[in-house]
Design a protein around this ligand. Structure first.
Ligand code: CNA
Length: 250
């Protein structure tokens, strides 16, 4: 099956990658839904990632954020991130659509990255127009500081520029993703459970057009039976073998 995936990638010239938290677990950042290591094995954490949960309990959100922040700050791209950056560099991949907020695609060298759920690089006050960098937010989250971190101008809680469940996507992100999906010849899904909408509908767009679909994910997804290839294996192994099969130089 991996050989078939390599063949399809070789034959494609306008690839879109759709990535989720699974591309970054090997970098030390936990995902949501992996059964053993996912953050949601503790269901009480789910609500903290909703707009309602944040508004109700910003301190709880940041208590978890304080635990997770070091893994985001020290994470380095994985082979899967580098693999996609190389495909773009070769002119085969037109963009990465990502649900991730960790910035690792850009760190690996990907230029065209559509961030569907925002990113951690910046934040903003929940009340006034003041904006913050990740470094400023991290300083305010250090041990000894009271949580939630608050705005220097109006003392309201500040928040990262990520999309919480129940919030709108960043302006233009959906339209830009759809334009690329309408034109691609292959959608390569990596490390996503494909359950968060509207992203979870994107494979359907490609299947409707009879473009090809490859899914690489440890757990099954709702699209496995419709995909040209569906590989239930780790992205580290799949990326290593695809790099080899495609003759991609480091
Ligand atoms: P998810 O629902 O947690 O699914 C991740 C999927 O990846 C699971 O089905 C796993 O089986 C699979 N997986 C985990 N590790 C590997 C691996 N090494 N190789 C292959 N497959 C693996 O995450 P989704 O991205 O689908 O859901 C969307 C959420 C998760 C978005 O809102 C993100 O913002 C959010 N998220 C992002 C990050 C990040 O930026 N790194 C981390 C945690 C959550």
């Amino acid at each position: 099956m991996l050989e078939k995936a390599a063949k399809i990638i070789k034959e494609s010239s306008s690839i879109v990658a759709l990535t989720g938290a699974g591309v970054s677990t090997a970098a030390g950042i936990p995902d949501f839904r992996s059964p053993e290591s996912g953050l949601w094995k503790d269901p009480s954490k789910m609500v903290l990632f909703t707009a309602f949960g944040f508004a109700l309990d910003p301190k709880g959100f940041y208590e978890l954020g304080r635990q997770l922040l070091p893994s985001f700050l020290k994470a380095e791209p994985t082979l899967a991130h580098y693999f996609l950056a190389k495909l773009e560099h070769q002119g085969k991949l037109r963009c990465v659509i990502t649900q991730n907020i960790d910035g690792l695609h850009q760190k690996a060298g990907s230029k065209k990255v559509i961030e569907m759920h925002g990113n951690l690089r910046t934040g903003r006050c929940t009340n006034c127009p003041t904006e913050y960098t990740l470094e400023e937010m991290a300083d305010k989250m250090n041990q000894g500081h009271e949580l939630p971190p608050t705005c220097q101008d109006c003392q309201s809680p500040i928040r990262p520029n990520i999309v919480l469940f129940g919030e709108d996507l960043p302006t233009g992100a959906y339209e830009e993703a759809m334009e690329n999906l309408e034109d691609c010849d292959l959608l390569l899904v990596m490390g996503s459970s494909l359950v968060v909408y509207p992203v979870a509908d994107m494979p359907r767009v490609v299947l409707r057009r009879h473009a090809r679909l490859i899914i690489i994910n440890l757990q099954p997804t709702q699209y496995d039976s419709s995909a040209d290839v569906s590989l239930h294996m780790s992205l580290e192994e799949a990326s290593r073998r695809l790099v080899e099969a495609l003759g991609i130089k480091p």
